[in-house]
Ligand binder design. Structure first.
Ligand code: 1GP
Length: 250
């Protein structure tokens, strides 16, 4: 049975075409910053808040960040963990994810085995997701020991994504790496979308409405932005991104 957050995401994709999710990296912000970013993003029309980063964060700080977000917005909070330490009981859901192109079994299934009992204990809604690192891949690629799929090999990205879907994953995430110089190219998104039946998430290096529009037009169902949300003109930029992707697919 699908959980509440997953149903909400699917419904919103169906109604809006492509949707936007705001990523907050708890390592980069105070709890106060996090609540301000979440509130601004919500007012700009973001569908949900993802919380996670690629490196270290203390458990207490993660708890405080999620609590601060939940105090100001009612849209779903979804954990985006890089490890077992990325789990807190205060969120609504968790991307229960496997890094499909990691060479380290820890990121394929090891961390998931350690984390699963906590997810159960905390009553978090697990949303199964296949994570594929592409292009420069950023910190996530290094930490996750991924063999990144080059941007000029869209068919390889499609094979990874399809394997994830056949293994039962209900979302696929193409990750260009936070702060990537170039976002995932439309040709790669198109090739992946062509073979997939499950929703496609795309993120990494998306900074402008033009880039978001290009990703959505190529088939991204969910656009994730992180860095943009921390900029001084974040509210306007996120509104522009959301407006652009709605127009494309609605
Ligand atoms: C990282 O895809 C996300 O996991 C977001 O990347 O910070 O570049 O928006 P940015």
């Amino acid at each position: 049975m699908l959980g509440r957050v997953e149903r909400y995401l699917l419904e919103k994709i169906k109604n809006d075409g492509a949707i936007h999710i705001t990523l907050i990296d708890p390592e980069k912000v105070t709890a106060q910053d996090a609540s301000r970013i979440a509130e601004n993003s919500k007012n700009s029309g973001t569908a949900a808040i993802m919380i996670g980063g690629s490196t270290f964060v203390s458990q207490n700080h993660l708890d405080d960040v999620v609590k601060a977000i939940k105090a100001v917005v009612d849209i779903p909070t979804i954990l985006f963990p890089n490890n077992v330490t990325g789990i807190t009981s205060y969120a609504d859901a968790i991307w229960f994810m496997s890094l499909l192109n990691s060479v380290d079994p820890y990121f394929l299934i090891g961390a998931q085995i350690l984390g699963a009992p906590l997810v159960k204990k905390f009553g978090l809604e697990p949303i199964s997701m296949g994570y594929v690192i592409v292009g420069e891949g950023g910190t996530a690629g290094v930490v996750g020991k991924a063999i990144s799929v080059p941007y000029n090999k869209p068919e390889l990205a499609a094979a990874h994504a399809l394997a994830g879907q056949y293994l039962g994953m209900r979302f696929i995430y193409l990750e260009g790496g936070s702060g990537a110089a170039n976002p995932v190219p439309p040709e790669m998104i198109r090739a992946v979308k062509h073979v997939l039946d499950v929703p496609l998430i795309v993120g990494g290096g998306i900074r402008t409405k033009e880039q978001a529009l290009a990703a959505a037009s190529a088939g991204a169902d969910i656009i994730v932005t992180g860095n943009v949300t921390e900029s001084s003109d974040a509210k306007q930029r996120i509104s522009d991104i959301i407006c652009a992707i709605k127009v494309t697919k609605a």
